[in-house]
Design a protein around this ligand. Structure first.
Ligand code: ZN
Length: 240
């Protein structure tokens, strides 16, 4: 069976109303003050940054984004019996919300659906932390050790999880088809994963509104809107 690896970036979630935060021209890069809210050293050093960061998380969660046609098409491909692994740059959990089993998803930048303690590394749900913010705790601390809590995302200045990265590399090397969707392929490790897949003989398909540095290397480049292009493309892969 053909292993299909799908690398998804911010562009797959814009139809769900989530702006591109982290890309080269994303929200964080365009607004240095906002970027501090997701930069590890600033976050750890300043309770005021943490207070604003929690308020922002609350605003983002209140929008309650839903998976869109592209997320559903990925879950559908998996249900059709095709081996699928998703490598995502997104922290929104929408692949899983669309029905893709969590074990099929590698979250390169972590997840905003959970929080982690920076001291004891205990994890708990974001909803629970936001309820505490709602109830008046500006900067909720770890209930186990009193340490500083943060979203379980990879902030600027934090390393990627080496195990997640190693798993992603192995998938890029082993897949037969590598679909890069909604990613500018300019942020590491996404960019190098596409290159590794191509080097190891995968058929590389790029689905993105804007040109990417990997278009020349790709077997197929699709510029149509992701919400219509991806379901069509994946239905073709399921049948083949
Ligand atoms: Zn703790």
């Amino acid at each position: 069976m053909t292993l299909v690896a799908i690398l998804s970036g911010a562009g797959i979630s814009t139809d769900s109303g989530i702006p591109d935060y982290r890309g080269p021209s994303g929200v964080w890069r365009e607004d240095p003050e906002a970027e501090k809210l997701v930069t590890y050293d600033f976050y750890m050093a300043d309770p005021e940054i943490r207070r604003r960061s929690w308020l922002l998380r609350r605003t983002m969660a209140a929008r309650n984004p839903e998976p869109n046609a592209a997320h559903r098409a990925v879950a559908e491909l998996e249900r059709s019996g095709t081996p699928v692994r998703v490598l995502t740059q997104n922290i929104d959990g929408l692949h899983q919300a669309a029905g893709l089993p969590a074990r099929k998803v590698l979250e390169l930048h972590g997840t905003a659906r959970e929080v982690t303690c920076t001291r004891c590394h205990a994890r708990s749900s974001m909803d629970e932390a936001l309820e505490r913010v709602e109830a008046g705790e500006a900067d909720p601390a770890c209930t186990l050790c009193g340490g500083i809590l943060k979203a379980a995302t990879v902030m600027f200045g934090e390393p990627l999880d080496p195990q997640v990265l190693a798993d992603a590399m192995a998938i890029a090397k082993g897949c037969e088809v590598f679909v890069a969707v909604g990613s500018t392929l300019q942020v590491q490790p996404a960019a190098s994963l596409a290159g590794i897949a191509a080097e190891h003989g995968a058929r590389l398909i790029v689905v993105n509104a804007e040109p990417t540095p990997y278009d020349a290397l790709a077997d197929e480049v699709v510029r149509e809107p992701i919400g219509t292009a991806l379901p069509k493309l994946l239905a073709g892969l399921a049948a083949s």
